[in-house]
Design a protein around this ligand. Structure first.
Ligand SMILES: [Zn+2]
Ligand SMILES: [Zn+2]
Length: 251
């Protein structure tokens, strides 16, 4: 089995080894500055620009991570030492890894769990130690990294939307999903900007209602060839804009 090395820049300290060495709190890393051009490109989507940005970041991160876990023994040792990830991100990593690669990557973690559980078996109160073996959103380093990227992106997005150019581009777009609208609003200090994005969202859902009605009518009447582009993907846009993308939205 060979693994193709993803050509991506993975500069952040994924395992938090620097933070562990200096005993600093490992706050989410927002990563690099988000260029305006990137935000404009994201706004061309039929889905949510913030979800699309995060989808790409997370996909690149998983691609790089699964490669390193399968080819660099110290990486799988770090996976074991840090007790892996939350359930959601364990499944996501498994989805991009081969079964053989996953077997290699997770073996050090299994050894660590075996030792920890054996020690707990003779403890008077193993409950607290058991909790430390299961990651949640606060302790999973992928959750924390994703949150940092999301905060960083939404903050840059808010600055863009608050500019005249940004308002024009946003006005012509599909806008952000509801979960990201909830994150965006507190980042917009001007009441006028908050009113703008809320009215935009209200118009979006009004148009979406019409598109869904058109989709329903033409679908039933076997006039599917007459579906407009907006009617054709109305169902998909409804799900994305209600809930965000499966990968890009925070759990
Ligand atoms: Zn979104
Ligand atoms: Zn997680």
């Amino acid at each position: 089995m060979t693994y193709k090395q993803p050509a991506i820049n993975n500069a952040f300290d994924f395992w938090g080894t620097a933070a562990m060495a200096t005993q600093h709190n490992n706050e989410p890393d927002g990563g690099e500055t988000v260029p305006v051009g990137q935000i404009k490109r994201n706004l061309n989507t039929r889905g949510c620009p913030a979800c699309d940005f995060l989808d790409r970041k997370i996909f690149d991160m998983f691609s790089s991570l699964q490669y390193r876990l399968c080819t660099v023994p110290s990486e799988s040792q770090l996976l074991g030492a840090t007790l892996g990830f939350c359930a959601r991100h364990t499944w996501q990593l498994a989805a991009v890894a081969s079964p053989r690669g996953a077997a290699l990557a997770w073996t050090p973690l299994l050894v660590k769990l075996k030792d920890a559980l054996s020690a707990m078996a003779s403890a008077a109160d193993p409950g607290a130690a058991m909790g430390a073996l299961v990651h949640n959103r606060a302790t999973c380093r992928i959750c924390r990294q994703q949150l940092g990227w999301e905060r960083n992106y939404v903050a840059a997005f808010a600055v863009f939307v608050g500019s005249p150019d940004g308002r024009a581009v946003y006005g012509a777009s599909q806008g952000v999903c509801l979960p990201h609208l909830a994150l965006l609003l507190p980042c917009l200090p001007a009441p006028d900007d908050r009113q703008f994005v809320l009215e935009h969202a209200a118009r979006f859902f009004a148009r979406l209602t019409d598109d869904l009605a058109g989709f329903d009518t033409k679908y039933d009447a076997l006039r599917r060839d007459q579906l407009s582009a907006d009617e054709r993907d109305a169902y998909w846009r409804m799900i994305i804009h209600l809930a965000g993308s499966r990968r890009g939205c925070s759990p």
